[in-house]
Each structure stands twice: as C-alpha cells, then as structure tokens.
Design a protein around this ligand. Structure first.
Ligand SMILES: C[S@@+](CC[C@H](N)C(=O)[O-])C[C@H]1O[C@@H](n2cnc3c(N)ncnc32)[C@H](O)[C@@H]1O
Length: 249
C-alpha cells in the first residue's frame, strides 16, 4: 500500500498541471450532469466543508462561492496542494498534503459536508477512508462523491465498436504506465459498483442517492462523432462515465 501511495504521489506531482481546474464542481465528471442539474448538495450556506482529493482547489472555490463558511481540503500531491493554495489565496482554507487513507487529526464530528470529485477511487483502502470520513462528519452531515463508473474502464472502443475489455468481476489494481502521456506510472484500484455501495453502508452511512450519469444538457446541441477516446461523447451517450453517491451520517 505504501509503495502504491509513494508511486502515485510522485506521478500526481508530475501530471498535476494537466488537472488545473479539471473535474471540479459544479462538474461531477466528464460529460456528466452537473450539480446545477442534479442538485445533490444540501444548502451550502455557512457550512463547514471538507474536500477529499481537493486537487487544484477549484471545487473548494465553488464551495466558497456557494457560501461555505469553512474550507478544508486533503490531497496526496504536494504540487496539487501548492496550486490549491494559489487558487484559494486570501480565503483562509485549511489544506493538508496527506493520503486520504490516513488519520491526520482532522476534527471529528465537525463537518456538515464532506465531498470528493473524481478522487476517492484512488484510495488504497476504501473502508478505512469511508470510516474516517464518517468520523469527520456531524450526525446528519452528508457525503457526496463522484468517480468513474466502475464499468467504464472496461468499455473500450475500436472504430466505434464498443466491447468489454477484461473482467468487471475481477477486483484488484490496474497499473497505467503513462498517466496523461507522461512517464508517470499510476496504480488505480478497480472495484465494482456494489463494493462502493456496500462499503458506504458498512461505514455507517444511509445512502440517499446513487447516480449512474447521463450526458449533461450542455452537450444537447453537440453532434456526436464516432470516437475511440477514453472519454468521448460517443461513449458517454451509450453508458455512464460517472457514478455519484450521496449518503448521510
Ligand atoms: C482528478 S483530481 C481531483 C480534482 C478535484 N477533486 C477538484 O475538485 O478539482 C484527483 C486528485 O486525487 C489526488 N489523490 C490521488 N490519490 C490520493 C490519495 N490516496 N489521497 C488523497 N488524494 C489523492 C490526486 O493528487 C489528485 O489531486
């Protein structure tokens, strides 16, 4: 686990610039309906919020614009945290460079909202991460997270023909040697949709919503072209790119 975290940290530090402002609220993910369309968050006004895998800090900036009173964020990458500091300059955000798997003494029973946009799937230990998140939340507080729909990485396209690659049944890890086309190997855990749902329940939450994304209305007038890219409108119109789960303590 430690080796995976060390490797992923190194690679995230290297590719961070590709992600400045990407996959940030109100977006939940590529081609996915936005928060404006899904309205999953409770009223954010005067709420204490914690972002797990806060990246460049743009989702926290959105939270500030929506009236959050306290902004907290955790991210594995030093470079991402430095960028987030820049994004949130003057806003008094509490940012920690740390793996989400680790208890670094963040306040317990404190947050109204904990969320994670396209980051939670990186955890090497989903159950302890969710248990930690549960401990950070006040009773009645909510968690919302988005990640690749677990079937999505298996859906490959070749000349527009979509087929299942590998086994959805088999959980484990996948190593990608060239993240974002760089010499930056990353290891990403592979889990089934039911694993995410069951781990959320086991951590003590009550699930309120499970979304298998559809294409955002922003793409209604965009002509669909056959594309074999990992993320494409062509694929997104056929099956969900993203899952979003909302649960309450
Ligand atoms: C796609 S980015 C997230 C974007 C961000 N949530 C936003 O709203 O702008 C994924 C982030 O997860 C972070 N990450 C990867 N593994 C992590 C871990 N084990 N613990 C904490 N953060 C991690 C990466 O450093 C990266 O910043």
């Amino acid at each position: 686990m430690l080796d995976i975290l060390k490797q992923n940290k190194k690679s995230w530090d290297k590719v961070a610039s590709h992600f400045n402002g990407k996959d940030a609220l109100p977006s939940y993910g590529p081609y996915t309906q936005t928060e404006d369309e899904l309205s999953l968050f409770d009223d954010i006004t005067s709420k204490k919020v914690l972002d797990i895998g806060c990246g460049s800090g743009h989702s926290l900036l959105y939270m500030k614009e929506m009236g959050a009173s306290e902004l907290w964020g955790v991210d594995l990458s030093e470079t991402q945290i430095e960028t987030a500091k820049e994004t949130l300059k003057g806003l008094n955000a509490n940012l920690s460079c740390s793996p989400m798997e680790e208890d670094i003494g963040l306040p317990k029973d404190y947050f109204d909202i904990v969320y994670s946009i396209y980051a939670i799937g990186w955890t090497t230990d989903l159950s302890s991460t969710l248990r930690l998140i549960h401990s950070y939340l006040k009773t009645g507080g909510s968690i919302i997270f988005s990640w690749d729909h677990p079937l999505y990485p298996h859906m490959k396209s070749e000349d527009g023909q979509i087929y299942l690659d590998g086994s959805y049944q088999q959980e484990g890890i996948t190593t990608y040697p060239n993240f974002k086309g760089e010499d930056a190997p990353v290891v990403i855990p592979k889990r089934k949709l039911s694993t995410y749902i069951n781990e959320v329940i086991k951590a003590g939450f009550t699930i309120e919503s499970v979304i298998e994304s559809n294409v955002s209305a922003a793409f209604d007038s965009v002509k669909e072209e056959v594309s074999d890219r990992y993320y494409s409108l062509y694929k997104a119109r056929k099956f969900p790119t993203t899952m979003v789960i909302k649960a309450r303590k």
